[in-house]
Structure formats: structure tokens, C-alpha cells
Write a protein that binds this ligand. Sequence first.
Ligand code: GLY
Length: 251
Amino acid sequence: MAVALLRSVPSSFAGALSAVRPDPPIDVALARAQHDAYRRALEACGASVDVLEADEACPDCVFIEDTAVIGDGVALIARSGAPSRRAETPAVAGALERHGFRVVQMTAPGTLDGGDCMRVGRSLYVGRSPRTNAEGIAQLTRAFPQLRVVPVDLPAGVLHLKCVCSPLGNDRIALAEDSIPAAVFDAEIVWVPADEKYASNLVAVGAHAVVAEGFPRTHDALARAGFSLHPVPVSEARKADGSLTCQSIVL
Ligand code: GLY
């Protein structure tokens, strides 16, 4: 059974990083309700969920995906390109150790956010983004010598690789049209219409997928690809430039 590691929403989430100041501001009570809906959707997908305590000193800690990259029993603890997020990692490293991972710590001057990494088969795609630098990619490559690490240039204004694509399992990915050329990926593509780009970020668990509600053409494409869909509201995470994959690490 898949295990999903989550982290609760702190009250300080109202001050989470965002490229544009949210208007209206983040509603923390609503963010918590939406996080609960996300947890329940993962459980409905068949995942068992382990929720770590929030850290009030880390407004963005709910976006746990960015703190680590896992694979084949190894957890690389990332050093975020956003300095305010670096204190998020010790609690996550401890949890990953408890789940049996050998923990490797990224060191300066490397930076990397887990949201820039997407595993597909034996390939690990990594976005060259404002958060992930060449030294971070070099340390990623050393941490996972058995994988083919493929750096990917991102379109302007895209925060993380997984803002425009997500792994679907079985060498398939969801990819937003007009974002990254399909030829970059050794994968079968399920296309997400350009005007529904946000919906290209989703969490697939076997034949189930947790998806952002309100994107009907993407939902149709995923249903045609064989997925049972679990739509959830994401308005508050979106105000902090977050989405669905960033709220969990699926072990
Ligand atoms: N608020 C998520 C991030 O900017 O990292």
C-alpha cells in the first residue's frame, strides 16, 4: 500500500510565499479544511497517510514535497532555493528515517526543491528553476547514481517542473500543452489543455488520481486514460503558489 507523508497547515500559512500577494488573503481555516479533503482523497485512492505536525516557524511547511526527493530507499533532503523554507527539513528527514529511508543531506551551495523533480521509470527529470541550481542537480545525480537524471529548462514564470506536469505511473505523464516539448520526456503523454495548465499537477496512486476541481477537459482526458478521479478544492494552496503534488511525498 502506498504511504503518503503530509504536513499540517500552520496558522502562519497566511504568510506563505507567493509571487503575487493573494487578494483575498489566504483563509487558514479554509486551507485546513481543504487539506483534510486532500488527505481523505488520498485515503480513498488507497494510500495510508502519515501527517506530520505543522511548524509555526515555517509558513510553507504544508508543501512537504519540496523538502526531499526519494527513490530506491534513499531520501535526499533538499536545500530549498527559498532560504525561508530551509528549516522545514529536519522533521521530514526524521520521518523518512522512521519510514526506513537512508537520508542524504544536500549541502551548500546546492539548492533544489522537490517540486522540480519528477521520476518516470528509471529517469529522474529535474527542472532548472529559480529554486534549483546546477550544484543541486549535481548532488541529485550523485544521490541517485542508478537513475538517469535529465535536467529540463522551464518556461518563463514557472516556479517548479511539476507546475506543468505530473507522473501518472507506467511511464506516462500528464503534461500541459505549450509548456515543455514532449520530446524531452521518454514517456507517454496525457495532454492537459493550455487553458487548464494548473490541472497538470495531480497525484496519481495506481488507477486513482487526486485532481484539482473545476478543470473538466483535463478530467475527461484522465478518465479516458483509465483513472478514477478524486477532485478536491485547492483555492488556498493555490494562493501560495501551491497545488496537489506539493502537499505530499508518496513513499
Ligand atoms: N509557497 C510555496 C513556495 O513558494 O515555495
